[in-house]
Every structure is written in structure tokens, then in C-alpha cells.
Design a protein around this ligand. Structure first.
Ligand SMILES: Cc1cc2nc3c(=O)[nH]c(=O)nc-3n(C[C@H](O)[C@H](O)[C@H](O)COP(=O)(O)OP(=O)(O)OC[C@H]3O[C@@H](n4cnc5c(N)ncnc54)[C@H](O)[C@@H]3O)c2cc1C
Length: 313
């Protein structure tokens, strides 16, 4: 019986592993289906992790994290978790190899995946001009022209963020109205260096060996326009990796919002006692390494208190 099972080995899961083991829980296992480190390991550069200066890739940032956890006794199992269920006070961790482990508490941090917009060149230039995170990559386009794809809240907020850094921001949106909050749309319209390219979809992003140099957009009449930009930021939705919470009857183990994010309180507690959710998969997540790590620490401290209380009876 584990004191705590951690599902996912990204910044949230690894920090939860560090704090639970160092904070006194003896039997903690982190279940990660791939190499630990999470989605940031696919980023060629990260500039906003506090205290880490100089050029560093996501892979290099995350490299020492597992070793630091192992020093305090965290066990790591490389396996996909298929489902987490709860019977009485005991959580069952159903694994891809058909075996089931048991735990007093569970911290889940399985992350999210930004959806792809689906235009030509999107994969080819991903990380070399195509991005899904303005907070992460906007600074690389300081004083340059960029395009934002999408018309929801995230697209609008990220366009406003980019407009403060970049020379010009084109918002390419397939409709002529926005799903975003009206006051956000007003702020976008009042921003002098944002141009709205409406009723238009991205056809192709092209470039050279250095990265993206332009985008072809097609409007509803079929007219193609070439726009010179060096960066393309796509915000067409996010898929939360919440499959492990789906029960045999198709319901979720804990309360979720309509976007598939886990509802948590300020202590990362879900609606199920002993189950904590962290990082990109929880409601209102800033979707940053530093916040995911912070969530992992908060959840770990709560899990320690929960297990102490449970075992004292
Ligand atoms: C290209 C790119 C650039 C980015 N740049 C920055 C940046 O500059 N600064 C910044 O702060 N943030 C950046 N981010 C965002 C940052 O990576 C995420 O916010 C952060 O990694 C979230 O951490 P997490 O632990 O919640 O989830 P993740 O990092 O997604 O980790 C989740 C882990 O869970 C594992 N997992 C999922 N399902 C299962 C399962 N069923 N069983 C077992 N394991 C499972 C996954 O393999 C993964 O390792 C970037 C993201 C991307 C993709």
C-alpha cells in the first residue's frame, strides 16, 4: 500500500514527489508513461524559470529533477496509468500492464496538450516560429511582427500580451465575431498595433532554415493574402489529459468543469478526499513550469496531512 501515488512525471508530479518524500511519506511512487520531465522537454529554450539564467533547453532544465527526488526516496515506475478509482478509503491505480496498485492518497498531474490548428507547415515549424504559448515564446519576437490564430478568450488575451512586446500582431480568425468576453474584444480593438484579419483561415506557414518568414491566409471569398511575420501563435483550444479519471461507467472520479479541467480549491484538493490535482490539468492553470511546480508542492503538503490524519484513526 503506497502512502501516495503520483500520476505524471512533469514539473507538477516531480515537485510533488520531492515534497512528499522529503516531507516524511515513506512509500511514494511516481507513475510516468515516458521519460520524466513533461512537455517542457520539447522546448528548445526556456527563459522564465526563476533563477535559471542563460540559454537553457527544457530538457536541460528538467534533467536534474528526477535525481533530486530519488535522493529522498521517490520510486519511479515507467508505465501508463489507465484509470484511478476509489473503494472506501483506498485508491486503486490501474496500470497499462494489467496490474493494480493501491494508495492512501493520489496526486495527479497528467498535463494538457495544445490543439493543432491544422495548416500546412504547422508541424514543420513548431518550435521554430510556430508556438502555442505567448508567455513562453513571445519575448523571442520582441519588436517583430507576429500572427495569432484563434478568436476565443485565450487568443485575445495572448494577442494583448504579445502587442506589448511585438511591433505588430495580426489576429487571424475564421469568423467576424469573437467568442471572447466583450471587454477583452474592446481592448483588442483599441490596441493600435493589433490588426484583425477576419473571416479568414491560415492556409500555410512558410519559412527558411532560420524559421518562419510568412503566412498565407484565405478569406471566405477565397482570396489569399501573404503576411510577413516571424512568429505564429495558435490558440485553438487545449485538450486536458484527464482520461485516467474516467470510471468504468463513463463518469469522472471527481468534479470537472465543462472544459475537462479538474476543479480544485486553493490547496489543490479535488471533490474526492485524498485526491489532489496539479499543473496544467486543473482549473485556471497558468500553464507554466513554475506554477505546475508550485501546485505540486502545495498538493504534497496537503497529501502528507491527509495521510497522517487517515492513519491516526
Ligand atoms: C513547446 C512548449 C514550450 C513551453 N515553454 C514554456 C516556457 O517557456 N515556460 C513555461 O513556464 N512553460 C512553458 N511551457 C508550458 C509547460 O511545459 C507546462 O505548463 C508544464 O510542463 C505543465 O506541467 P505539468 O506537470 O502540469 O504537465 P506536463 O508537463 O504535461 O507533464 C505531464 C506528464 O504526465 C505524463 N502522463 C500523462 N498521462 C499519463 C498517464 N496516463 N500515465 C502516466 N503518465 C502520464 C506525461 O507523459 C507527462 O510527462 C511550454 C510548453 C510547450 C509544449
Amino acid at each position: 500500500m503506497l502512502d501516495c501515488a503520483i500520476i505524471g512525471g512533469g514539473p507538477a508530479g516531480l515537485t510533488a514527489g520531492l515534497y512528499t518524500t522529503r516531507g516524511g511519506l515513506d512509500k511514494v511512487t511516481m507513475f510516468e508513461k515516458g521519460m520524466p520531465g513533461g512537455q517542457i522537454t520539447s522546448s528548445s529554450e526556456i527563459e522564465n524559470y526563476p533563477g535559471v539564467t542563460g540559454e537553457i533547453s527544457g530538457m536541460d532544465l528538467m534533467m536534474p529533477w528526477p535525481e533530486q527526488c530519488q535522493k529522498f526516496g521517490l520510486k519511479h515506475e515507467m508505465v501508463e496509468v489507465t484509470r484511478v478509482s476509489k473503494e472506501g478509503n483506498i485508491f486503486k491505480i490501474h496500470k497499462g500492464d494489467g496490474t493494480v496498485d493501491e494508495a492512501h492518497s493520489v496526486i495527479i498531474g497528467t498535463g494538457s496538450r495544445p490543439r493543432r490548428a491544422g495548416f500546412t507547415g504547422e508541424e514543420q515549424y513548431f518550435g521554430r516560429g510556430v508556438s502555442t504559448c505567448a508567455t513562453c515564446d513571445g519575448f523571442f519576437y520582441k519588436g517583430k511582427d507576429v500572427a495569432v490564430i484563434g478568436g476565443g478568450d485565450t487568443a485575445m488575451e495572448e494577442a494583448l500580451y504579445l502587442a506589448k512586446i511585438c511591433k505588430k500582431v495580426y489576429i487571424v480568425h475564421r469568423r467576424d465575431s469573437f467568442r471572447s468576453a466583450p471587454n477583452t474584444v474592446e481592448r483588442v480593438k483599441r490596441t493600435a498595433n493589433i490588426e484583425l484579419v477576419l473571416n479568414s483561415i491560415p492556409e500555410e506557414v512558410y519559412g527558411d532554415a532560420m524559421g518562419v518568414t510568412g503566412i498565407k491566409v484565405k478569406n471566405s471569398e477565397g482570396v489569399i493574402r501573404d503576411i510577413d511575420i516571424l512568429g505564429v501563435f495558435t490558440f485553438v483550444g487545449n485538450d486536458i489529459n484527464n482520461q485516467v479519471l474516467i470510471q468504468e461507467d463513463g463518469t469522472f472520479l471527481c468534479a470537472m468543469n465543462d472544459r475537462g479541467e479538474v476543479i480544485v480549491d486553493i490547496s489543490m484538493r479535488t471533490s474526492v478526499a485524498g485526491l489532489f490535482a496539479t499543473g496544467d490539468m486543473r482549473i485556471a492553470a497558468p500553464k507554466q513550469v513554475v506554477s505546475a511546480a508550485g501546485d505540486g508542492a502545495v498538493a504534497a503538503l496537503q497529501a502528507i496531512a491527509y495521510v497522517d490524519e487517515l492513519l491516526s484513526h
